[in-house]
Design a protein around this ligand. Sequence first.
Ligand code: HEM
Length: 461
Amino acid sequence: MTTVHDPPTGDLTARRFQRMRPFGGERPPAVDATGLPPGPRWPVLAQSVALVRFRHRFVPAMWRRYGDVFTLRIVPGGRPLVLFTRPEHAKEIFAGDPAVFHAGKGNAILGPIMGEHSLLLQDGREHQRARALLMPAFNGQALRGYRGLVEEVTREQVGRWRRGEEFRSLDRMNALTLEVILRVVFGITDEHRLARLRPCVNRTVDISPAVLLGWGYPFLQRFGPWKRTVDNAYRLDELIYAEIRERRTAADLDARTDVLSTLIRAGRDGDEGDRLTDEELRDQLVTLLLAGHETTASALAWALHELGRDRAQLHRAREAARAGDDAYLEAVLKESMRLHPVIPMVVRTLMQPATVGGIDLPAGATVGPSILVAHARADNHPHPERFDPTRFVGHHPPVNTWIPFGGGVRRCIGAGFSLMEGVVVLREVLAEYDVTAAGADGPKVRNITSVPRRGSRIRVS
Ligand code: HEM
C-alpha cells in the first residue's frame, strides 16, 4: 500500500534511467595496454561484434590462433579484454582480491534494467552486504523449502503437454522457469497479478543487444525499441513496487518462504544496515528474475536436445527418472552445461595492476576465464565433443575445469537453485515422456546467454 512517504513509483523508475549510464559510475582507470598478450588486430567494432554475436566460433578460433591467453579489444574505446583458458588461471582470477578484481563494472551495461543496487553490478562493501542479505534465501535449507513448489509448477505445466506433439522445448522451459521464479522470488500466487507481470518480464528478457548498447545515448529513449523498453520498465516497476509495498504490511509475512518476504523480514528483525529500501529490493528482485530464468531454461532445453538425439542416453536417463536417481539427472544437467555453456565467460576489471598466470596486467584491463574454451579443452575433458553424463557420476572433473557458474566471491548465487530446479524438471518430464529431438541445433546468442538456435525442438510421446 502506498503511503505519503513513498515517492510515486514512476519517479523511482525515472531516477534510475537518469542515474544509470552504462560504462558510467566509478570508471575503471585508463589502461596502459603495452605488453598485453597477443590478439587480433581487427578494428575494435569488428572484434566487439564477433565477441557478442559469433562468440561460439570466434573465441575458440582466437584460442587456437594465439594460445592459452589472448587479448581482445572491445567497445567502448578499445579497452582490452584478456581471456584466460587454463584452470590454474581461472583459480587465480576467482581468488583475486575483490577490491582489485571488480565484477560489477563488466556488467554495467545491465544497469538501466537491473538497477544500480543489483548484486550483479555492485562491488566492494556494497556487494558484500547485498550478498550476505541474499544468501540465506539460497542456502540448503531454503532450497529444500522451494522444491515442493518447483514440483507443483512443473507437474502443472508438463501435464498440459500432448503426446505426439512437437514444440520448441526452450519456449516451454522458459515459461516453466519464469513461473517458478515468479513464485519463489516474489511469492505471488494471485493469478491476476501474475498475468500482468509475465508479459512485462518476457519483454524485459527479450531486449536485443542493440538496445543494450544504445543505453549510452539517452536521446534514443524517445524512439522505437528504446522507447518500448523504457515504457515496459515503467510498467514492470509499478507492479513490483506495488508488490513490495503490500508485502511490507502483509499479515502473513512471518509465514511466507519466498525471497521477497525473507528479505523484508531480515530488514525488520535485523540491524539497521539490513533494511533494504524499496529501490534496493526492486533491483535485487529484477536481478534474480532475469538471471534465474532464461539461464536455467536454456540448460534444460540443451539437456532435452542431447537426450532426444541419443536413444541409449535417453533410456539411461528415463530409468534414473523413474527410479528417483537424482544424482544421475544432475549429471545429465551438468554435462549439458559443460557442452553448451549458457554464459560464455566471466569477467573482472582490474582496479589496480595485478598478475595472473605470471603475466603483469595493468589497472583498467578486464580479465576473465573463457568458460567456452575451458569446457572444450581436451586436456580438461577427454573427447570434449561427446555428451557423456558419466563424467559427473561418482566423481567430478578437476577443479576449475567445469565453471558454468563462475567462481570465488561472485560465484552464481543461484547455482544450487538451478541444479535443484533442473533435476526436478528432468525427473518430471522423463518419467512421463519419451523425447525425440526434431532435427539438429546449434548455439546462438540471446542478449547475454547462449540458447539453442532452433529452440531445441522435440517431439514427446
Ligand atoms: C543454468 C543456470 C545458471 C547459470 C549458467 C548461471 C551463471 C552465472 C554466472 C556465470 C555468473 C557470474 C559468476 C562470476 O562472476 O563468477 C552468475 C552470477 C549470478 N547469478 Fe547465475 N546462473 C544460473 C542461474 C541462476 C539463478 C537460478 C539465479 C537466481 C535465482 C541466478 C542469479 C545470479 C546472481 C544474482 C548472480 C550475481 C552474483 C554476484 O555477483 O555475487 N543465477 N550466474
